[in-house]
Design a protein around this ligand. Structure first.
Ligand SMILES: C[S@@+](CC[C@H](N)C(=O)[O-])C[C@H]1O[C@@H](n2cnc3c(N)ncnc32)[C@H](O)[C@@H]1O
Length: 327
């Protein structure tokens, strides 16, 4: 297996300062790159989550070393507020939304367009797979998923070809790749199938509502003064995170959705207006870090009136996820 590099690790450590100890949540444990580094400082404690149960093996090894300071749960991060950790004086909550090396390089995960065989794309704790999406959903639904989640201009054409070809036989990963390759013109840079694969993966794993509720619930459980830190890898994720931090760090007189409630409190101090990018030397060592963007903010006030406004802002994306009710 290829070497695993935790993205923007140095930058994250300098934001959270674990030299002073503290309690942290690693929402996307993966191979434990962030957790291990944090635990290497004395007087730190880490609660880690990952929806992929393959992460449990890496977690088990860390637990052996840090019995009293490390806890792992095979759960989705949208569920953090349902865990028994909210009273723990959390200093920082960290998300790294990319794919883990095991997910990218396991040919059975079907997440990469380099995979072969049955379509899958499940990250863990799922209700359906890419196989059902591609082989069962109607043309207009496929088109919507490709367009909204993949921002793919040829969504209609690709959805059309899928319907024609799957009438002959069930489509596998390599069939989907060849449909896309035969439809799109060559463009330098990313692989032609990247956007469509991204869109199906987001749909299968409900990544939009995971992110929305991950952020909402992180805000609920972190202490005032604590930091929420997120590394994103594509523009839709970044748009959501940017809105969350920026919008709720501005002074507003009242909430449009709760006009009777005085809501003039800022929820956050935005620490960096612009995102933080990996250095050139990190990108040289780990080219897949090139699209990473880090944003973070510090919670300053409690509030329970922001949630509806936030969810409403992205309701068109959640509606796309709701197409899955037809499966
Ligand atoms: C890029 S990897 C994290 C790598 C990690 N920072 C490290 O250094 O090893 C992202 C991980 O997040 C997990 N993940 C993605 N969405 C999740 C969710 N909604 N809840 C919990 N885990 C999630 C994936 O299964 C994957 O293992």
């Amino acid at each position: 297996m290829k070497k695993h590099y935790p993205v923007l690790l140095k930058e994250i450590i300098s934001i959270i300062s674990p030299q002073n100890g503290g309690t942290y949540i690693d929402c996307t444990f993966g191979q434990g790159g962030y957790s291990k580094k944090i635990l290497s400082y004395p007087n730190t404690k880490v609660y880690a989550f990952d929806r992929d149960d393959k992460a449990s093996t890496f977690a088990y090894n860390i637990k052996k070393k840090y019995k009293e300071r490390f806890y792992f749960k095979n759960k989705k991060f949208s569920q953090i507020s349902k865990s028994d950790i909210s009273n723990n004086n959390i200093d920082a909550i960290i998300f790294d939304l990319g794919l883990s090396y095991t997910q990218i390089f396991d040919p059975k995960s079907g997440i990469s367009f380099k995979s072969k065989g049955k379509l899958d794309m499940k990250m863990g704790i799922n209700e359906f797979s890419a196989n059902e999406v591609v082989n069962l959903l109607e043309k207009k639904d496929l088109e919507k998923i490709f367009y909204k989640f993949g921002e793919e201009k040829l969504s209609r054409l690709i959805a059309n070809k899928i319907i024609i070809q799957r009438n002959q036989r069930k489509l596998h990963t390599e069939d989907l790749v060849s449909i896309i390759e035969n439809t799109k013109r060559y463009k330098k840079g990313t692989h032609k199938a990247t956007k469509i694969f991204q869109s199906i993966r987001m749909f299968v794993n409900k990544e939009i509502s995971e992110l929305l509720f991950g952020l909402i619930n992180s805000f609920k459980i972190i202490k005032p003064g604590g930091k929420i830190i997120i590394v994103t890898f594509h523009s839709i994720e970044d748009r959501i995170v940017k809105y969350f931090f920026k919008n709720f760090s501005e002074q507003r007189n009242y909430s449009r959705y709760f006009p009777d409630v005085q809501n003039n409190k800022k929820l956050f101090i935005l620490k960096n207006k612009k995102p933080i990018y990996p250095s050139n030397s990190e990108v040289n060592k780990n080219p897949s870090s090139r699209s990473a963007k880090l944003r973070y903010a510090e919670k300053i006030n409690e509030s329970d009136v922001f949630q509806d406004e936030f969810l409403n802002k992205f309701k068109d994306l959640v509606e796309v996820e709701n197409i899955s009710k037809k499966l």
